[in-house]
Design a protein around this ligand. Structure first.
Ligand code: AMP
Length: 425
């Protein structure tokens, strides 16, 4: 049998379904968004926490065995040592696992930027690998912390320039008021089982709250008059919620009460919230969300420690920004293009000098012509060209050319960084 030819063996590989590459110039927006988030979170006392991309599967099972994330979407696998692991589907459980493991002082305030993995049907705004920016704060039940966390999520979206963001707010109660409410809701649903969608006819008893969140017409109609948890909160939860809403109002953060907002994961208690963008399709319009969790630390083996956090999706925020025409990629990656017609070593030295002085500059390679190098400068969006030809090399000078006006000036090499900075200012 003839061996297959080399070209036949060489497949053209593509990123796996539901994943995507982020290339320039889009990657510059990505970088800017992470920096914006880090700055905002840092200013509020949150510090970076990095956790592994995979954890023991059981860490994530704790977020709720009845949830889609755990039931259907987990990227779990056995490693070579026979450990049952899973790629992180969300950001909260790993941070709380790290908190439980290391027991830092409380309040513990962390932010993260983390790829997350869910085996979902890929579509616009829904990927198998997406990226979340989030915070977690553990160690206090103070409603003022809820106000801080919710406000931070909202302000991040605002700083990106998203105009139409809606903040939905709900309380999921606690161990005192939720169980009796769930009983009442389950009884209500049992009476209407025949009217629910196929999925929830089966699962309503196991997770009645999820039915409220179901987007299908049948469930929406059947639950139109269902009892609302917001009307059935215990005194402590009601007071907590009132303080959160009052705190948000005091800061001028607009919110909409959303008694049906239950969120995907099981661990939430009291405050839950979601940020939605009207610029996105209804099925994928959540930019992010989060809430309080009362027992997650305990269920991961730690001392009972209340916490609150949120995650926003990088891809979703950038998609919403595209739709609204805000947060564009920067026009240029570098300010200066170094042009060298003497072979290339001069460009190496001059670029090094400028970069050391803090100037963003790039240069051409392969000994290309002056014209080709200036074309590269244009394509990169540089504002200035710093040119070294035979004359400049001999004279110890550099010709600075303003690429918009064409104006140029020959300057001593020692002064070039200072003069470039002045012109860029
Ligand atoms: P969740 O934990 O499901 O509330 O997710 C938090 C945020 O992450 C969502 O509001 C989205 O912005 C984003 N997100 C969740 N799942 C996906 C996905 N499959 N693809 C893209 N973004 C996602």
């Amino acid at each position: 049998m003839q061996a297959p030819s080399l070209t036949a063996q060489m497949a053209e590989f593509r990123a796996p379904p539901g994943t995507h590459d982020v290339l320039p110039p889009q990657s510059a927006r990505w970088e800017r968004l992470v920096a914006l988030f880090a700055r905002r979170a840092g200013r509020a006392g949150y510090q970076l926490v990095v956790t592994p991309v995979f954890e023991e599967l059981a860490v994530f099972s704790r977020v709720g065995v009845e949830t889609d994330v755990v039931r259907k979407e987990m990227y779990d696998f056995l490693d070579k040592g026979g450990r049952r692991l899973a790629l992180r589907p969300e950001g909260t459980a790993p941070v709380v696992r790290a908190f439980v493991q290391h027991r830092p002082l409380t309040p513990f305030k962390a932010w993260y930027a983390a790829p997350s993995f869910r085996y979902e049907r890929p579509q616009a705004g829904r990927y198998r690998q997406h990226h979340q920016l989030g915070v977690e704060a553990l160690g206090t039940e103070d409603p003022e912390l809820d106000v801080e966390v919710v406000t931070l999520a909202y302000e991040v979206c605002r700083e990106v320039g998203l105009a139409g963001v809606t903040l939905l707010l709900n309380s999921l109660g606690d161990d005192a008021c939720r169980p009796p409410y769930l009983g009442a809701l389950a009884a209500y649903l049992a009476e209407r089982a025949g009217q629910l969608c196929d999925e929830h006819r089966e699962r309503a008893a196991a997770n009645p709250l999820r039915v409220l969140d179901c987007k299908r017409e049948a469930c929406a109609t059947a639950t139109a008059d269902a009892p609302r948890l917001l009307d059935n909160l215990c005194d402590a939860c009601r007071q907590h919620f009132e303080q959160v809403t009052a705190g948000l109002s005091a800061l001028g953060v607009p919110f909409t009460l959303a008694p049906r907002l239950v969120r995907g994961l099981d661990y939430y208690t009291r405050t839950t919230f979601e940020l939605q963008s009207p610029a996105l399709d209804a099925a994928q319009n959540a930019l992010g969300g989060g809430g309080r969790y009362g027992r997650l630390a305990e269920s991961l083996g730690g001392p009972p420690t209340p916490g609150i956090g949120f995650g926003v999706g990088v891809e979703r925020i950038l998609l919403a920004a595209d739709h609204e025409g805000v947060f564009p990629p920067p026009a240029s990656a570098v300010d200066v293009w170094v042009v060298d017609t003497t072979g290339g070593r001069e460009a190496t030295r001059l670029a090094h000098r400028l970069r050391t002085a803090g100037v963003a500059c790039d240069r051409s390679f392969d000994g290309r012509s002056m014209k080709a190098q200036l074309k590269s400068a244009d394509r990169a969006g540089a504002r200035l060209a710093a040119i070294v030809g035979a004359h400049e090399a001999a004279a110890g000078t550099v010709t600075l050319k303003d690429l918009a006006t064409g104006e140029q000036e020959e300057v001593p090499r020692e002064d070039v960084a200072k003069l470039v900075e002045e012109r860029l200012r």
